[in-house]
Design a protein around this ligand. Structure first.
Ligand code: SAM
Length: 308
């Protein structure tokens, strides 16, 4: 990672484990402004966990930014949209590491934070102004509203959503598809919609031994969460993206740890679209077709059933 102007005070680097989360050269001034670090350089457990997640995510995003910058056809700055931004830890830390002072900052490289809580949006705006981070904009919109918003560019490079609640991650995917994002970086939060549909339709699919996988309520919730991300991956593949799934940090740091990175490659779409449709059918989740086929323009029609 690029080094920031401000270096660590020696007292912090000598301070045992908690300082391990701070990257060499990471701006302690920014971390203090974000209240991740206290004024006397301390960090509590929650802040430490958050910083670890955000810094890890930055490491995954850095090569994507480099790839975009290396594109010879590119004439504009980079546009990154962070959904469910909260206090915008991710946006600020990304900006500090990779945008501030970079050659394309003046060419319009920009980070947008989307957040429904007005007070967080206001605080982020104040902080960006105080820090002189001119290429940051915070919009008090739901992710769903952002899909049609003209306050955001028609095309974006990277869409991120770190623990965006419930179906906000799904809306972030719709946003990314609508704005033709080159990369989509998701660390989903819990999503209740699929588990609720599994629960509702349990009796209907109980004849299949597969239904044992989610018969017990705890399993319904866990399987629902797993299936949600499987369906999201298929949805992205059905739009020509190459998808990789990994973990963000060790599971001891967060239970919401699945990292999905999608890269637009214009890959064949038919097979994943068929798989998506079949899986929804197999699990009795046809009612969620609109959710996971959202944004689809060129998906194949449902296969014609063969007559016996
Ligand atoms: C768990 S926090 C994560 C915040 C931040 N991404 C982070 O990791 O620190 C989720 C945030 O998403 C916001 N949020 C939830 N649903 C949203 C929606 N539909 N549209 C926009 N923001 C949403 C919440 O207000 C909250 O600030």
């Amino acid at each position: 990672m690029r080094r920031c102007a401000q270096s660590l005070p020696p007292a912090l680097t000598d301070n045992g484990t908690e300082m391990n989360e701070i990257k060499p050269g990471q701006s302690t001034e920014l971390l203090q402004e974000l209240h991740i670090l206290t004024r006397d350089g301390k960090m509590n457990q929650d802040s430490r966990r958050k910083l670890k997640q955000v810094n890890h995510l930055c490491q995954f995003i850095e090569p994507l930014l480099e790839e975009i910058r290396a594109d010879p056809a590119r004439q504009e700055g980079i546009r990154l949209v962070d959904h469910g931004a909260g206090k915008s830890y991710l946006g600020f830390i990304l900006y500090d590491f990779f945008f501030k002072g970079h050659a394309d900052e003046a060419a319009g490289s920009h980070i947008y934070g989307i957040e429904t809580r007005a007070e967080l949006v206001e605080k982020s705006r104040e902080l960006a102004a105080r820090l002189g981070f001119a290429g940051m904009t915070f919009l008090n919109l739901s992710v769903e509203q952002s899909i049609a918003s003209d306050q955001l560019p028609a095309r974006v490079d990277i869409v991120t959503a770190l623990h965006a609640c419930n179906t906000a991650t799904d809306d972030a995917i719709r946003f990314a598809l609508a704005r033709q994002a080159r990369f989509i970086v998701l660390v989903p939060c819990c999503q209740a919609e699929v588990a609720a549909a599994l629960r509702r339709n349990k009796d209907r699919v109980l004849a299949s031994p597969l239904a044992e996988i989610w018969r017990h309520p705890l399993h319904t919730r866990e399987f629902g969460s797993h299936v949600t991300n499987v369906l999201r991956c298929l949805q992205l593949e059905a739009h020509g993206y190459q998808v990789s799934v990994t973990e963000l940090v060790g599971w001891e740091h967060s239970m919401k740890n699945e990292l999905i990175i999608a890269r637009y490659q214009d890959l064949p779409r038919r097979r994943p679209a068929e798989r998506l449709r079949e899986l929804l059918q197999l699990l009795g989740l046809e009612e969620l077709g609109a959710r996971f086929f959202a944004g689809a323009q060129e998906l194949p029609p449902a296969p014609v059933q063969c007559q016996p």
